[in-house]
Design a protein around this ligand. Sequence first.
Ligand SMILES: Cc1ncc(COP(=O)(O)O)c(C=O)c1O
Length: 384
Amino acid sequence: MRIYLDHNATTPLRPEVRDAMLRVLDEIHGNPSSVHAEGAAAHALVEGARDRVAEAIGIRSWGPSERLVFTAGASEANNALLRGGPWARRGARIVATNVEHPSVQAPLEVLAAGGVRVERIGVDAEGMLPEGGLEEVLREPPDLVTLIWGNNETGTLLPLAGIAERIRDAGVWLHVDATQVLGKYPVDLRDVPVDSLSLSAHKLNGPKGVGALYLRDARRVAPWLLGGGQERGLRGGTENVPGIAGFGMACELVQKEGDARVSAYAALRDRLWHGIEARIEGVRRNGPADAVLCNTLNVEFEGVAGEVLLQALDLEGVAVSAGAACHSGKVSASHVLLAMGRSVHEAGSCLRFSVGYGVDATQIDRVLEWLDELVQRARGAVGA
Ligand SMILES: Cc1ncc(COP(=O)(O)O)c(C=O)c1O
């Protein structure tokens, strides 16, 4: 039996989600845009799922220009927002942290090459915004601020409510990448005044290739897929009805299980960290101990190559993720860990463990036993 501790990369499908999707695949074959009964059934399903996703982020009633647009995932949502607003024009100014996900980083690079001024707020050693960092960039209000709420690599959670209020008071559009947050921390847009938000179903036990972009005022963003005018004209193309139904069910489960799920994940994550601390010397946790996603633990194992440890764990049947990736023989360190002040060498000694659905305490204890032995062995190999 494999032990999967890489839930920040993606999560397994919940049986309830699978059932909801199978029902659509077997029974609902209409096109949501068709006017006959088959079309109406598919349309009702998509709109029901939209309500489920909206409820999971605290939306109970819709403003006239407020939209939740289904996308093919959070990468599409981030790209559409960043490249589709008035902030994408030459001479505009965008502010972002230097720990954003590649689906934000890459469009920002394209925008910068096209004459947009892209400014970065550096993070501190725990991945948090430094005191006064926001005030500094808001002194001359930018056109857009884009922030990753919960970091996929370290789990660092920004104190978004206060940040969002300050940005709203400055009259600036705030885009938030909440991909890692939904299902692991309460997301309630009635308390957090963001203007747009990206989500992805496969991070919360839904299907891959489905996500959403929430827009408080859709008039500010240009349509990004032209076609049959679906998604209120913003994203043409026949909707991924089974995927959307699965996303809706995954959000319904988040709503139902909310706090219980968060505490269960946190207990497993803490068991893992306390076990590592107690058994293995020369370890350091990356990111804050409190303001962190309930399921995420990023650890530096001094003197051990993360990739080697990752592969050794994989051979034992444990899936985790490393702080450096090897592409075509070249090792590139995590930009997030480097931004937090780690050296390339330190970033290369880090592993990310992310727990989730299907993980239990027995599995964590088994991982601890292997980890202890594998780290000692790897250190021996380094010293030899
Ligand atoms: C923070 C963050 N943003 C965006 C994405 C992209 O999501 P998707 O795989 O749905 O395109 C991910 C997924 O890795 C993520 O962790």
